[in-house]
Design a protein around this ligand. Structure first.
Ligand code: PEP
Length: 240
């Protein structure tokens, strides 16, 4: 299966910046990996129009559980779809930490995303303290159990919190062990469908470390934060 390189722009991207990041992706030429960019909500429609007809997909960074209603400031999954998104990142550690998102909320958002025709990318990952205590598989196993609905059909992203935006990357050994653990959990829960579910790695992926991380067994691609804000770095990762 082709690997997916997904860019999470987070809260970056005024209009000129969004155009500057997205436009070079149109010139990428043939790639062996699929590309996805997840701009802030305000730029999804613009970036979708810019990339229309190209193989680069567009996604959101979060969605509400409801389709519409009195939820000031929130954005629903059908709204993301309407703006041109086909994917949505859910349960990113920054949302779990800064917005108190629980596994059950992430699960409800995942159901809403699928109902709207979006492919969910559900993030899991342990903190530095949890890893130090040797709890990383227990934490990730609990997040998977609670965040993925029973009929889940989407993508999982393993993002150790201590590696996000820190420049500290998990070792290939850490990544191999956790991706195998996640694969086994997915197969136990979803049967043969769990064999094919992509598992992305995220956490300080850069052009310099992408080739080795993407070669680890059960790594189905990368979720890239900082390095996705520069088109040349993002494309170098896709070509690594
Ligand atoms: C992320 O935000 O999902 C991420 C992995 O960020 P970074 O690549 O900057 O560590």
């Amino acid at each position: 299966m082709r690997q997916l390189i997904a860019g999470n722009w987070k809260m970056f991207g005024l209009t000129a910046e969004a155009v500057a990041i997205a436009t070079p992706l149109l010139e990428a030429g043939a790639l062996t990996r699929d590309l996805l960019v997840c701009p802030p909500a305000t730029q999804i429609a613009l970036v979708s129009r810019l990339l229309a007809g190209s193989p680069v997909a567009v996604g959101g960074q979060d969605c509400h559980t409801e389709t519409h209603g009195a939820h000031t400031g929130d954005i629903s999954a059908p709204m993301l779809r309407d703006a041109g998104a086909s994917y949505v990142i859910l349960g990113h550690s920054e949302r779990r930490q800064n917005h108190g998102e629980t596994d059950s909320l992430v699960r409800a958002k995942t159901l809403a995303a699928v109902a709207a025709g979006l492919t969910p990318i559900v993030c899991v990952g342990e903190s530095a303290e949890e890893r130090q205590a040797g709890w990383e598989t227990a934490v990730v196993g609990k997040q998977l159990n609670g965040s993925l609905p029973d009929d889940f059909a989407g993508i999982v992203a393993y993002e150790p919190v201590w590696a996000i935006g820190t420049g500290r990357t998990a070792t290939e050994g850490d990544v191999a062990a956790m991706h195998l653990f996640i694969r086994q959990a997915l197969v136990r829960r979803f049967g043969p469908a769990g064999e094919a579910m992509p598992i992305l790695y995220g956490g300080s992926v850069r052009p310099s470390n992408a080739a080795s991380l993407l070669a680890v067994p059960h790594v189905g691609g990368a979720l890239v934060g900082g390095a996705s804000l520069k088109a040349s770095d993002f494309l170098d990762i896709a070509r690594a």
